[in-house]
Design a protein around this ligand. Structure first.
Ligand SMILES: [Zn+2]
Length: 248
């Protein structure tokens, strides 16, 4: 659902701790690190609370997230995607490389408004994949280099800031550029999946207009905020590293 927010916030914290030791805080610290960190934490709290609120509201269609996913995939004539249960809380995602749709236990087994919204959103990704939706293909193409950049970043930040190795700061800037491009491509992919989800749930009669539709909108909109927050945080971290480099 919301890739990388936790990771980006983690590296923001590392920058927060490391910067005073290595380079001093300077005037832009609050703007580049502090504000995005607060927005990110707020988005994370909001998505968790919205999900838990609408998890308690049972949808009148009375099918679980797993049943919902299988019905949607069947209606879209997608036969080769496996719907699976995962234990990670809010760990719902579609894996295009294995054609697996992973739903967290709370979504997989529950007939709630929140579960159906998230289940339909992940189906939206499977449909994007089946229909060769261009932004999804672009995102898949840069996943490997994004993985490398994100695995290197903690070491780069620690080495660059704590040990004042300026070459690492430049490398860190490149890593954040990659992350930023990934986050930027993620935005249309996620918004489109949610847009498809809302239409499908309504057209298939899985979600009724009124309170249920409002709940689905709230859950998916709260998730959308986390992608925007992750983008802002990655941008802030990038600008911060650039300002540190220029100061030297
Ligand atoms: Zn998604």
């Amino acid at each position: 659902m919301y890739p990388l927010l936790g990771f980006v916030l983690g590296s923001s914290c590392l920058l927060y701790i490391g910067s005073p030791l290595g380079f001093g805080l300077g005037s832009n610290w609050l703007l580049y690190i502090g504000v995005p960190l607060i927005i990110g934490i707020w988005a994370q709290i909001r998505v968790t609370s919205t999900f838990s609120r609408w998890s308690k509201v049972r949808a009148s269609g009375n099918i679980t997230g797993a049943e919902c996913a299988r019905e949607i995939l069947q209606a879209a004539q997608i036969q080769d995607v496996e719907v699976m249960e995962t234990n990670d809380f809010l760990g719902d995602h579609y894996d295009p490389t294995k054609k697996q749709l992973h739903l967290s236990s709370n979504v997989y087994n529950t007939p709630s408004v929140a579960a159906l919204g998230i289940s339909a959103h992940e189906c939206g990704h499977a449909i994007q994949h089946a229909r060769a939706y261009a932004p999804l293909k672009a995102r898949m193409a840069i996943v490997p280099v994004t993985m490398i950049a994100s695995q290197m970043l903690p070491f780069i930040i620690i080495g660059g800031l704590f040990f004042r190795i300026s070459g690492l700061i430049t490398l860190g800037i490149w890593c954040y550029l990659i992350l930023l491009v990934f986050q930027l491509i993620t935005l249309p992919v996620e918004f489109d999946a949610s847009r498809r989800a809302k239409i499908i749930l309504r057209e298939m009669g899985i979600i009724q207009p009124g309170e249920e539709a409002v709940g689905v909108n709230k859950v998916l909109n709260a998730a959308a905020l986390t992608y925007i927050a992750a983008f802002i945080a990655a941008l802030g971290n990038l600008l911060w590293l650039m300002s540190i480099r220029d100061r030297r």
